[in-house]
Structures are given as C-alpha cells and as structure tokens.
Write a protein that binds this ligand. Structure first.
Ligand code: B12
Ligand code: SF4
Ligand code: SF4
Length: 394
C-alpha cells in the first residue's frame, strides 16, 4: 500500500466579526445580562400594518402615547441611531426568590413578579452601560451606542424575536429558552459590525392554556392582547376608575398580573435562579396587606416602594386597586376598613371603589355608609358609585 502524504491544512483563523460577536456576548454575560443575541438594523416592515391595525381596533386605547406615528417610527431602528450597524438584544431573567404568601389571616394583594425588586429600567440601563464601557475597553476605542429598554420607540419583543433571543408565546410575551417569559428586554444599538443570529424556529403548538386562563379574556386571539381588558393595564396604567365589568375579575392583583405567564408550561419549567435584584426586600413588595394599602400615607408608600416599579401606580392607584381586591377576596372583617376608606380617604378613587366593594358585601353598616356617601361625598362620581352600589346591594 502506497502511503501518500496529505497536505496539512492551515487551522482557519476565526472570522474577526464572529470573534468580536462571541467576545461581546461573553462580556454581556459578565455584566449580568442573562441572554444576548444579535440582529441587524434592518426595519420591521411586517410590524407596521400589524400595529396600525392594533391601534385602529382599540387594543391600546388608554395609552395616549401609543399613536400611529409612534408605531410607524418604532418599526425602523435607524430612526433612533442612524450610525448603528448592529443591534445587541439583551435580557435579564427576573425570577426572584418567592417569600410566599404569609399565612396570617390577613387579606393580601399580589404584585407582579417583575416589580418585586429594583426597577428594571434602571437595572437594565446600568448593566448595558457597563457592557458598553467593557466593549470600548476591549476594543481600545470609543463605540457609539444607544441603550434602550421599554420606554424608547422600538418594539422590544420584535427585535428580540428576530435576534432569536426567544420566541413569541400566544400570550404575546417572548419565551426565552431556559427562562420562560420571566425575562425583561433591552437593546444596544451599536456602531459595530456583529454577526446576526437567526430567529428560533419554535412555537406553542396546539396549546391554548394562557388564552383560556386569562381572567378577563384580554387575550382576544393568539399573540393579541386587548390592553383595556388586561389587568396589567388596569392596575398600572389606568389613571381613572376601573371599569365595573373588570373589577370582579381583578382577584387580588394590585399591581400588574402574571396569570398568563404563571400558567405557561414553558415558564413553569424555567430555571429557578433567584436573582437578588428581583427578590422583595419586604413582604409588602410582593404580597402587601390590602388593609394597609387602603390606609397607607404618602410617606409610607414612598418608603416601601422606593426604587421599585410600583411607584408608577401612585398611592391613589394602589389604594384604588386594594379596595377592589378587598371586594373580591376580603371578608366581613374588612367591612369597617372599607367603610373608613369610603368615609375618609383623601383621594376619590379609593372612596369610589370602596363603595363598589361594600356593595358586594352587604349588611346594615355598609348600607348606612353607602347612604351617607350617596348624600354627602363632595365628589359627584363617588356619589354615583355609592348610588350604584346601593342599587346592586348584596
Ligand atoms: C404597551 C406595553 C404593554 C401594554 C400592552 C401589551 C401588548 N401586548 O400590547 C400592557 C400594559 C397591557 C402591558 C402588559 C404587560 N407587559 Co408590557 N409592554 C408594553 C410596551 C411598552 C410596548 C408593547 C407594544 O408595542 N405592543 C404592541 C404590540 C403590537 O406589540 P407586541 O406586544 O410586541 O406584540 C407582538 C406580538 O403581537 C407579535 N405577533 C403578532 N401577531 C403574530 C403572529 C405570529 C404567528 C407571531 C409568532 C407573533 C405575532 O408581534 C407583535 C410585535 O412584536 C413593551 C416595551 C416595548 N417598548 O416594546 C412592554 C413589554 C412588552 N411588556 C413587558 C411585560 C413584562 C409586561 C407584563 C408581563 C407586565 C405584568 N406582569 O403585568 C404584561 C404582560 C401582558 C401580555 N400578555 O402581554 C415586557 C415583556 C417581556 C417579554 N419577555 O415578553 C416588555 C417587552 C417590556 C420590557 N422591555 O421588557 N405591556
Ligand atoms: S397579564 Fe393577566 S389580564 Fe393581561 S393578558 Fe395576561 S392573564 Fe390576561
Ligand atoms: S400557555 Fe401555552 S399557548 Fe400560552 S404561551 Fe405558554 S405554551 Fe403558548
């Protein structure tokens, strides 16, 4: 047998763009970003008709900033940073340690998990800023970057989906392999040529659990949230009264809602690393006593929720939600608390919703309080709520 010498092939030197992309992802992990993938700066043409249809159908009614102009603008990342050449889509997995609902007989509200700890807008920005600095240090030159999360005019989920960070669940949240949908999203628009990742070829299959379990029917079709019906909108963004038909469906939620995520098998099976940033520092940040929410002062509210997203609801919004939640999950022992709120809360929203809650309980004391409010409350809307509650008295 003749032995022929095969020529030795040189070891391929890694493509510099791939090497840089790998290095950037490594740095992202070191900066506390749980996931990072790349997409291009190309526009999202399919998004424009989808969002315009969404707006026209009233699916974002109540969020005045959500205009057709903003929607069109948000489909072209170049509008935000013309010099950028790649988008690094990043996410922070936000599962914190669950302190558990205390078994102390007190009726308690529920705060959605993303709001249990520090405000993610600040945390994501901080970690993205550190990453930006580390990239500049690695390259030894300045890199132009724009850091975005939630507030900017870009559709976070569309960017992350195209980057293959995760895939759309039918609840419209992005499901990230390993973490479920407990992931908050952000982007770095970078003046760097990075290797784009591919979208994931995954979907929910025939599952419809979240659509069936949503307490208000806000998931009107797969991938479509009707915001005015969503408890997240009603408990956080709603500045006025919660519609009557929604109130009984709110259950104990006082800030946001996690039902469609909690029932999802992918999120249930997610890894459970408890990020201390999302672990509540005190029980009121996850399961606040409803009676306390009704009576808390502005100073108490600011002290307990300082640095968390809950501040967004404002004291009057949280007290309003607590009144509704007490009407749903409270008992007879809560009637005096609701009467005190109806008689004396300094904000009209908690007074009006306490009237509704009292109407559900019935009893002589509640009737007398409602009658008093119907005649004497200084606000016409509260008087109307008291009158309605008397008409539908349990
Ligand atoms: C407005 C808003 C809301 C509104 C409206 C939500 C909505 N779905 O429209 C309200 C107040 C109700 C809300 C609620 C919540 N929100 Co919000 N919200 C936003 C915000 C600011 C804009 C979203 C938006 O543009 N919606 C318009 C619709 C058209 O876009 P979309 O929601 O991305 O929907 C996509 C799907 O519909 C998909 N799609 C449509 N048709 C089809 C068909 C197929 C086959 C497929 C595959 C996909 C698909 O394409 C759309 C475009 O990407 C984003 C931040 C941002 N700047 O993007 C956060 C954001 C979406 N919210 C977030 C969170 C955490 C929540 C809550 C979980 C908070 C809570 N616990 O209470 C809930 C979840 C409710 C839900 N099931 O969506 C996260 C989601 C993270 C994730 N992993 O998905 C975001 C991305 C904020 C962030 N930076 O992390 N939110
Ligand atoms: S957050 Fe709650 S109300 Fe909103 S779509 Fe999900 S389950 Fe429904
Ligand atoms: S509950 Fe089912 S349908 Fe809903 S997002 Fe999860 S897998 Fe998809």
């Amino acid at each position: 047998m003749e032995l022929t010498a095969r020529p030795l092939l040189p070891i391929p030197s890694p493509d510099p763009r791939c090497a840089l992309t790998g290095q950037v992802k490594l740095l992202a992990a070191e900066c506390g970003l749980s996931v990072a993938r790349v997409t291009t700066m190309d526009p999202f043409p399919a998004l424009e008709p989808l969002m315009l249809e969404h707006i026209a159908a009233g699916r974002v009614t109540g969020m005045d900033w959500f205009t057709p102009e903003r929607a069109v603008f948000s489909t072209a990342p170049r509008n935000l940073h013309p010099a950028a050449r790649s988008i690094l889509a990043v996410g922070i997995a936000y599962r914190g340690a669950d302190p558990g609902l205390p078994d102390d007989g007190q009726p308690r509200g529920r705060i959605s998990r993303y709001a249990w700890g520090v405000d993610y807008h600040k945390l994501l920005k901080q970690r993205m800023r550190t990453l930006h600095e580390r990239i500049e240090a690695h390259l030894g030159r300045p890199v132009e970057a724009r850091l975005l999360t939630d507030t900017a005019r870009i559709v976070d989920r569309a960017v992350s989906a195209r980057a293959g960070l995760g895939w759309y669940g039918k609840h419209s949240c992005l499901i990230v392999p390993g973490f479920g949908s407990w992931v908050l999203l952000g982007e770095l628009l970078l003046d760097l040529e990075l290797e784009p990742d591919q979208p994931l070829d995954r979907d929910c299959g025939s599952c419809t659990i979240c659509l069936n379990q949503c307490p208000t029917g806000a998931l009107v079709a797969p991938y479509t949230v009707d915001a005015p019906r969503c408890l997240s909108f009603q408990t956080i963004e709603q500045r006025g009264a919660i519609p009557h038909e929604i109130r009984p469906r709110l259950g104990a939620w006082v800030f946001g809602c996690d039902v469609c995520q909690e029932v999802c098998p992918y999120t249930g099976a997610a890894r459970k690393p408890a990020d201390p940033a999302f672990t509540p520092a005190r029980i009121e940040q996850a399961y606040p006593p409803l009676r306390w929410l009704l009576t808390m002062t502005e100073d108490e509210f600011r002290e307990v929720y300082r640095g968390t997203p809950v501040l967004r609801a404002k004291r009057r919004g949280l007290a309003r939600n607590a009144a509704v939640a007490l009407g749903n999950v409270g008992g007879e022992a809560d009637i005096p608390w609701l009467i005190a709120a109806l008689d004396g809360h300094d904000e009209l929203l908690p007074r009006g919703h306490a009237a509704w809650a009292l109407g559900r309980f019935g009893g002589a004391a509640a009737r007398a309080a409602l009658d008093r409010a119907r005649q004497r409350d200084p606000d016409p809307w509260v008087r109307e709520e008291a009158t309605l509650a008397l008409e539908t008295f349990s």
